[in-house]
Design a protein around this ligand. Structure first.
Ligand code: G3P
Length: 217
């Protein structure tokens, strides 16, 4: 499973990229707002940090304006992936943008039927929002499993990108189901390495090593 980081914070992106953990980045209007930076400037900087796809979202809701915005965003770098909402205009834009060889991430997916439409429109990535479904009292992981089944039934090339990840368990369940990508907030990505038995075991090894009086280097 590929890891994307879901942030527009360039210092977090640089830190995680240096660890070799990142296959890409996703942003959205809320994350751009949180960064406090200009979308063009911050997106260009992100594209210079990571080699993989960097999702930049259009702000328009109508097809013609989406296409104009997509053209502007595409010029930022070769690794830009245009993010469009899961609406009829978004799907139309998806078809047109992928038709000329550019990547598209279709976002705000909340049903398997929506995911089916996105795949038929040629989406590079589909972004079902796990956490926001959990927020309603339903189970977001069920949607990931449903989309996996639908895409496998028809050999769709669209990559299943698990989004709105809020817990380390969301990451594990996505990997077990076979999501192609998980886009994960930096804090959750860092939590993945943690286990209390790792810390406890390391403390014990260090204590015993000190008693040997030896040095390796
Ligand atoms: O990638 C989409 C993601 O940013 C949404 O996450 O936590 O705002 O539901 P959240």
């Amino acid at each position: 499973m590929k890891f994307f980081v879901d942030t527009a914070d360039t210092s977090e992106i640089s830190e995680l990229n240096a660890l070799g953990l990142l296959d890409g980045v996703t942003t959205n209007p809320s994350l751009i707002l949180k960064s406090g930076r200009d979308i063009m400037e911050v997106t260009k900087e992100i594209c210079g940090i990571v080699d993989g796809p960097v999702s930049a979202e259009v702000a328009a809701t109508e097809y013609e304006q989406m296409m104009r915005e997509a053209d502007v965003l595409s010029k930022i770098a070769d690794n830009i992936c245009i993010k469009v909402p899961l609406t009829f205009d978004g799907l139309k834009a998806c078809k047109a943008i992928t038709g000329d060889g550019r990547m598209v991430n279709v976002t705000l997916c909340f049903s398997a039927n929506q995911a089916l439409l996105a795949a038929k429109a040629g989406a590079t990535f589909i972004s079902p929002f796990i956490g926001r479904i959990d927020d309603t009292g339903d189970d977001g992981m069920e949607l990931i499993a449903e989309i996996r089944t639908v895409y496998d039934n028809y050999d769709f090339a669209t990559e299943l990108l698990a989004a709105s990840i809020r817990t380390v368990n969301h990451v594990k369940q996505s990997a077990l189901i076979g999501a192609d990508v998980a886009t994960v907030p930096p804090a959750i990505l860092k939590q993945l390495v943690k286990h209390p038995l790792t810390d406890k075991g390391l403390d014990a090894f260090l204590a015993d090593w000190a008693k040997t009086g030896q040095k390796i280097a």
